[in-house]
Structures are given as C-alpha cells and as structure tokens.
Design a protein around this ligand. Structure first.
Ligand code: AMP
Ligand code: TRP
Length: 325
C-alpha cells in the first residue's frame, strides 16, 4: 500500500480553502492508502505567534480534522513536535539543499514581506522541514492545494540531491491536487488565507456564513443586477461547483450569463447548500467538544505510531549517510 503524507498548520481554524483544496482529499484517500496527517506546529513557529495559544490551536485543528472525517482507525493523525525526528531529518536534508533554490520560494518572499520584523532562518528553511516531513515516512503522494506545488517541486529536488549524495533511499513524492486547488478569499482577490483575513471557517455559525457569503465579491464585471455575468470569473462559482447539485450549477450558469438571476439569488442557494453540508461536521465537533480528553488521546496514539516509523527511517538514514553509531 502506498503512503500518503500531508500537513496543516495549527492556525486554529479550518477554512473553506483548506477544506476544498486539501482536506476533502485527505478524507477520501484514507480509504485506499496508508495515510499520515500531521499538524505542523514546528512550521507554525516561523510566524509571529502567542505561546499561550499554540496548544489550544493545535487541539482545535485536530478537532476540526476529526469532525471532517479523518478517522484515527484508518489514518495516523499526529502533531509534528511529538516526533522530533522531523527536525533531525530537516538538518540532514539542509546539507543537500541549494541555498539559491530556497531563496526563490514565493511563499518565503510573500511571508518575509508581511513580517518584515521577523524574517527568521526558520522561515527560510520552512520548505526543507516540509520535505523532511514527507520523506521521513517515504510518502509518494502528497495531497495539497496549489499554493504548495512549488514546495513539493523543491522536495522532489531535495530527494534527487539526497540520492546523488548518498544513494537511492527515499522515493520521490508527488503532489496530488483536488478539483478545486485554489480557493480565493471573500475579497475575490487573493487566495483564502487566515493571515489575510478573507476566510470563512467551517466552524462558523450559520448566520455568519450566510452574512459572509452575501457580501463576498463576485464577477467584477457584474456591477448592476441587469449586467450579465461570467460564472468563470466568479470566485463563488468554484464553491457552487462543490456544494451544489448539477441542476443548480446549470441554473446559476444560465441565470448569471443571461442576468435572469441576481448575485443574491445565486448566493442564497449556495448558502443553503453550504449550511446543510456543514451541519454534520458541526455536530461532530460538538460531540468532540463534550469529551475533550478524546482528541488528546487520539493525538498521543498517532504520535506513538508516527514515531515508530520515524525512528526506523532515521536509523537507516544515519547508517546511509555515514554517521557514527
Ligand atoms: P495551511 O493552512 O497553509 O497549512 O494549508 C493547509 C492545506 O490547505 C494545504 O494543502 C494548502 O495547500 C491548502 N490550502 C490553503 N489555503 C488554500 C486555498 N485558499 N485554496 C486551496 N487550498 C488551500
Ligand atoms: N506548508 C504546508 C502548508 O502551509 C503545510 C505542510 C507542512 C505540509 N509539511 C507538509 C503539506 C508536508 C504537505 C506535506 O500548507
């Protein structure tokens, strides 16, 4: 059985971008693959954060993932820092990573611009830690959103460099994109991201979800109700494609293009569908909230399973690269 690995930062809120870009794929993949899903707290430390909040954010993210359908009987769900081998392999891979390749990473440049007061070495090294996450479990498939494709390309290159230096050991991983790999934020401009503040999160109450959708940007060409729109230029259309039935999508496409329906009509149908899709996820979250020790237990067990694999890999790697033991 092939191995799947993916990670998500403990931002404390799972938003529609994460869900449609990546997490729904995670849930589907666990039926057929050996899956490791990791809450990457070491990565999250590269941005400004409040230490008093980190462990709550980690538990909240785990609760969200479990509520979406990550099943601890099928997948290993764990926290990155409970497996320190991630940091050890990162160091080893640092020694075959070209500095120039890291300097090209667009996410590093974007984040460095947004946190000018904190351009730390960890932020620069972030993609190498990500490569270590994946290679530690010898994962071949990595389900992510489009924003991670460049990091995956680098992970593949690091893998090839490690083969050139030490011989064949790690398999080369591949990204796996969902049919909605890039969800824009409610502003319709940038990708949906917590740090930009343009998100809808899965845990939001129904009335907030409805209100946020009602004010979300649509096709910028459609200024007045009677202007025909182009659904392909409307960010909400990618949400319809996922949450609505084929008939509803056809109704929206026709109605928007002919201006026979307004954006509010389209948004109302979308909001109803989103709210009913999220209802069972929200119910599960409430059930987990009622037994708080359960999530911690799942993470500890996941940490034990992941660590067993990681220590084995590291023992082999240390031998391969010629360290004394
Ligand atoms: P992050 O919250 O940055 O840790 O991202 C977790 C996963 O969600 C990664 O696979 C990302 O590629 C994916 N993701 C994050 N934001 C978006 C977005 N706006 N559209 C599609 N996928 C996304
Ligand atoms: N950098 C990824 C993100 O922000 C999260 C991540 C860390 C990851 N390690 C990973 C994703 C390994 C896939 C595989 O979305």
């Amino acid at each position: 059985m092939e191995t799947v690995f993916s990670g998500i930062q403990p931002t404390g809120e799972l938003h529609f971008g994460n869900y449609l870009g990546a997490i729904r794929n995670w849930v589907a993949l666990q039926e057929k693959y050996r899956c490791f899903f990791c809450i990457v707290d070491y990565h999250a430390m590269t941005q400004n954060y409040d230490p008093a909040e980190m462990s709550r954010r980690t538990l909240d993210m785990a609760t969200d993932l479990l509520s979406c359908g990550i099943d601890p009987d099928k997948s290993v769900l764990f926290v990155q820092s409970s497996v320190p081998e991630h940091a050890e392999l990162c160091w080893i891979l640092n020694t075959v990573t070209p500095f120039g390749e890291l300097a090209r990473m667009t996410q590093f440049k974007d984040k460095a611009e947004r946190q000018e007061d904190n351009i730390n070495v960890g932020l620069f090294d972030y993609p190498v830690l990500q490569a270590a996450d994946i290679l530690l479990y010898k994962a071949k498939l990595v389900p992510v959103g489009a924003d991670q494709v460049q990091h995956l390309e680098l992970a593949r290159e690091i893998c090839r460099k490690s083969t050139a230096r030490w011989g064949q050991y790690f398999p080369e991983p591949q990204p796996l994109l969902s049919s909605t790999p890039k969800i824009l934020g409610l502003d319709g401009q940038a990708k949906m991201s917590k740090s930009i503040g343009n998100t809808i999160s899965l845990g939001e109450p129904d009335d907030v979800i409805r209100k946020k959708l009602a004010t979300a940007a649509t096709d910028p060409q459609r200024v007045r109700r009677k202007d025909p729109g182009n659904p392909d230029n409307c960010n909400l259309h990618s949400l319809h494609a996922f949450f609505s039935s084929q008939e509803q999508v056809a109704w929206v496409r026709e109605g928007c293009a002919s201006a026979s329906i307004g954006c509010l009509d389209c948004k109302k149908v979308l909001a109803d569908n989103v709210v009913s899709h999220l209802a069972p996820i929200q119910q599960k979250r409430q059930a987990f909230a009622a037994s708080p020790g359960r999530v911690e237990e799942i993470l500890r067990e996941g940490g034990r399973k992941a660590r067993a694999v990681a220590t084995e890999t590291l023992a082999e790697v240390r031998k391969l690269i010629g360290l004394w033991s």
